[in-house]
Design a binder for this molecule. Structure first.
Ligand SMILES: Cc1cc2nc3c(=O)[nH]c(=O)nc-3n(C[C@H](O)[C@H](O)[C@H](O)COP(=O)(O)O)c2cc1C
Length: 352
């Protein structure tokens, strides 16, 4: 088993890359709730190449962390990974995104349209950064070609392969084609199964039936960040965990507390490794600091409102809470929201 994954199959519960969602505060919550490896959202290769050195620590995290890259087959993945090599232990190549804009720019699942080309490129990248590269695919572009894909990927140096068990044209809907895993389960590369894993029972069924090296969970983890812990518990104990269950309000509090920590450490200079620090700081234009900070703050608050909406989905009083979330404009509002939510959480526990 690759060092990027745990030795125990069942520990390999991985949180999925989700553009616009898996920002640092949410990732931290997944790490705190039992995900073994946490993916960033996809970042364009050219965005990385254009980053200033002082901006790179925005990627730094202190858990098993995968930065996912996307771009066209002609983009320079090797230069981009070289630039951020010290900032994560795993770099994933996105060959599964079916979003129109991404396909039009020949990124994501577009690569699945020409498997020979894909394999050549992935072979080149994974040989250059042995032990650090993984790939996320679909079972095919518009028809299943999983056997062809996996048998070829097995000859590259990728460390593990995540398979979203749908074709790209199925987008995010429809029953995942889990059964296709049987065609490839004999290959030695570790493989992670992804798609609609929404409960400990589904996770157990997949582990028992197909014996993948792990499972990746996306949307269900936003609505219930404890799903990783709950799956581990169920696999070990054979029953659902009911003790110390946090409710959605607690998750909201935890999310916004992480967000405050995150924005307060901007511009992350203290995270720059020593050898790079001097060089990075010499490039930083101090006169732009306040404007940069405001822009960063605004983006993070807008994104956080959307994430909070998803966390609170399904909560009995979600409608009222959503009104409060919508009105969050600045850090003072966020702090007040946290205070108010703590009172609510306490009241609901006393009522029980
Ligand atoms: C809002 C959203 C954003 C996503 N962004 C990415 C991404 O950046 N990279 C990627 O490989 N997949 C992305 N995905 C796909 C997920 O990683 C995952 O493969 C898919 O949602 C199926 O898993 P799930 O059913 O557990 O959500 C995204 C999915 C959603 C819903």
């Amino acid at each position: 088993m690759t060092s990027l994954l745990s030795k125990e199959n069942t520990d390999n519960l991985i949180s999925a890359p989700m553009a616009g969602f898996t920002n640092s505060p949410l990732r931290k919550m997944f790490a705190e709730n039992g995900a073994y490896r946490i993916f960033s959202e996809m970042v364009h290769v050219r965005e990385i190449l254009n980053l200033n050195l002082w901006e790179i620590p925005i990627f730094l995290e202190n858990y098993n962390y995968t930065i996912q890259l996307f771009g066209s087959i002609d983009d320079d993945f090797i230069e981009a990974i070289s630039k951020i090599l010290d900032f994560a232990d795993n770099f994933d190549i996105n060959c599964g995104c079916p979003v129109k804009k991404v396909i039009k720019a020949k990124g994501g699942a577009f690569w699945l349209k020409d498997i020979d080309k894909l394999i050549k490129k992935v072979d080149q990248i994974s040989r250059k950064f042995k032990g650090k590269v993984s790939i996320k695919i679909r079972v095919g572009f518009d028809k299943p070609e999983l056997l062809d894909l996996i048998s070829n990927l097995n000859d590259t140096e990728v460390e593990y392969i995540t398979i979203h068990m749908r074709t790209a044209t199925m987008l995010f809907k429809g029953e995942p084609l889990y059964e296709l895993y049987e065609q490839v389960s004999h290959f030695p590369k570790p493989m992670i199964v992804n798609g609609n894993i929404t409960s400990p029972m589904i996770a157990k069924k997949l582990f028992e039936k197909y014996k993948p090296s792990g499972l990746m969970i996306g949307r269900a983890a936003i609505e219930n960040p404890a799903i990783f812990k709950e799956i581990s518990f169920y696999l070990k104990e054979g029953r659902l965990c009911t003790e110390n269950k946090l409710n959605k309000i607690d998750f909201l509090i935890s999310y916004f507390e992480n967000m405050l920590d995150y924005v307060n450490s901007y511009p992350f200079f203290n995270l720059i490794p020593e050898p790079l620090k001097e060089k990075a700081l010499s490039k930083y234009d101090n006169s732009k600091n306040e404007a940069d900070r405001k822009k960063f703050l605004k983006k993070t608050i807008v994104e956080s409102r959307k994430i909070a909406f998803n966390i609170i989905k399904g909560y009995p009083e979600a409608y009222l809470i959503k009104q409060n979330i919508l009105s969050l404009e600045n850090l003072e509002d966020v702090k007040n929201f946290i205070q108010q939510s703590k009172i609510e959480s306490h009241k609901s526990k006393v009522r029980k």
